[in-house]
Ligand binder design. Structure first.
Ligand SMILES: Nc1ncnc2c1ncn2[C@@H]1O[C@H](COP(=O)(O)OP(=O)(O)O)[C@@H](O)[C@H]1O
Ligand SMILES: [Mg+2]
Length: 289
């Protein structure tokens, strides 16, 4: 089965062996992630030094080979614990922006830091839970919810290592957190679109990430399911204290939960309180160039 947590320029293979051993003491279960992160924030940095941003793009530009620039001069800083929505029209560059932020693409100009390191060089990929856009298209039909979620444990446990009790506990906890306890043994194909997205969110949670990046997690699901996914993410944000970057061209459901919305259209055209969004931009399908 293909993995939604994508190898970053081959970085996962290198990072995997190193992660299994060192990380387990840090957090015992999904629920402990927030506490672990908080303690790290409080403990590692002596008074007077600043905690590095989770994501920091400085003057970053990007073009796909042979194409016109997709993003120009992007400056974006996401602090630990934030819940940010990245919105904007289709083709505006949202997916490219998060791939740059995660070190999966390299900027043609400017710099990109992740957890205070050059993004492409972050070895501990298990610190990131990344739900790719249209992740469901890469899943083998017979896979059950539990199998999909277990695959999300790989960056932390390692491809060739057997799952231990703590891994199974993290997998079950992730499934419970998204409300799929009753469906753990069901093939993904039998679930509704909203439930499938919950399963992928659980997969991203299974690695107990510090940063959760969800690219269009509400696309193709009905309005009720969008509302309940938004409420779920709000709950995860509050209970796990994880940093969340939520990407969507439709952000009506999430708007009331996030303190910050970043509108992307070839660059950042708005960054701030959703309440201060110019009225014509409230529905991004109305954004025209
Ligand atoms: N792999 C690629 N190669 C060439 N162009 C691409 C590639 N991926 C995306 N693009 C182009 O880059 C632009 C931004 O795409 P994307 O970041 O996917 O936007 P969004 O996520 O906001 O819909 C679009 O014009 C798209 O066609
Ligand atoms: Mg996209």
């Amino acid at each position: 089965m293909s993995l939604a947590i994508e190898p970053a320029n081959g970085g996962v293979a290198a990072g995997v062996g190193a992660t299994g051993a060192g990380v387990s003491a840090e957090t015992a279960g999904v629920g402990a992630t927030g506490a672990g992160v908080g303690a790290e924030a409080a403990g590692i940095c002596p008074a007077g030094t600043s905690v590095p941003a989770v994501v920091e793009l400085s003057g970053a530009s990007f073009a796909y080979p042979g194409s016109a620039p997709v993003l120009r001069d992007v400056n974006l800083r996401v602090e630990r614990g934030e819940f940010v929505a990245i919105a904007g029209p289709n083709g505006g560059g949202k997916t490219t922006l998060v791939r740059l932020a995660l070190g999966l693409e390299r900027p043609s100009a400017g710099s990109v830091a992740l957890f205070g390191e050059p993004a492409a060089r972050v070895g501990r990929r298990d610190r990131i839970g990344y739900l790719r856009q249209r992740a469901q298209l890469g899943i083998d039909a017979p896979a059950t919810v539990r199998e999909v979620v277990a695959a999300g444990r790989v960056p932390r446990r390692g491809v060739l290592r057997l799952l231990r009790a703590e891994d199974h506990a993290a997998i079950e906890e992730a499934i419970a957190r998204v409300g799929l306890d009753g469906q753990a043994r069901s093939p993904l194909a039998r679930l509704s679109g909203g439930q499938q997205q919950r399963a992928f969110i659980a997969k991203a949670l299974a690695g107990q990430p510090e940063l959760l990046v969800l690219d269009e997690p509400t696309s193709g699901v009905d309005v009720d399911a969008q509302e309940s996914l938004a409420a779920l993410l709000d709950e995860l944000h509050r209970t796990l204290e994880v940093t969340i970057i939520f990407v969507s061209h439709e952000f009506g459901a999430i708007e009331r939960f996030v303190g910050r919305i970043v509108l992307v259209r070839g660059g950042i055209v708005f960054d701030g309180d959703p309440a201060k969004l110019p009225i014509s931009w409230h529905d991004p399908s109305h954004v025209h160039s």
